[in-house]
Design a protein around this ligand. Structure first.
Ligand SMILES: [Zn+2]
Length: 129
């Protein structure tokens, strides 16, 4: 994987905290699952990806824009990341996983992070009934 791990470290810790508070149990970066999700539980069939807005090209986000210099290089490189992300999510959903993507800009906002994690937990609870 060509993901830049150090860029995601801080936001992963934020997400880890939010999941721990809510009692999630998970593995981090499970390489046996498509796209090595940042957080996952194979038995409970869910995955969470934590995406940097720049590297994963967050749509409609100020941090998801293509740089003005070396535009071709970046367009191609970032588009490849997006394709890889989409293909991992497709494989996971096909295998029955509930998936969530948490964006860097959401994770940095406590209210949005809390809302997303809590909605995901509700989704999982409804599914397992
Ligand atoms: Zn963003």
């Amino acid at each position: 994987m060509s993901r830049v791990r150090h860029a995601g470290t801080d936001i992963e810790i934020e997400v880890k905290r939010a999941l721990d508070v809510r009692g999630f149990s998970y593995k981090m970066s499970d390489k046996t699952l498509p796209g090595s999700p940042d957080f996952s539980n194979e038995e409970e069939r869910w995955t969470i990806f934590v995406h940097g807005c720049f590297w994963h090209k967050h749509a409609d986000c100020a941090h998801g824009a293509i740089p003005k210099s070396n535009t071709d290089y970046w367009s191609e490189k970032l588009a490849a990341n997006v394709r890889r992300d989409a293909s991992a999510l497709r494989s996971l959903r096909r295998a029955g996983f509930a998936t969530a993507v948490l964006w860097e800009c959401e994770v940095k906002d406590d209210v949005r992070l809390e809302a997303k994690v809590s909605n995901f937990q509700k989704r999982l609870a409804l599914r397992s009934r």
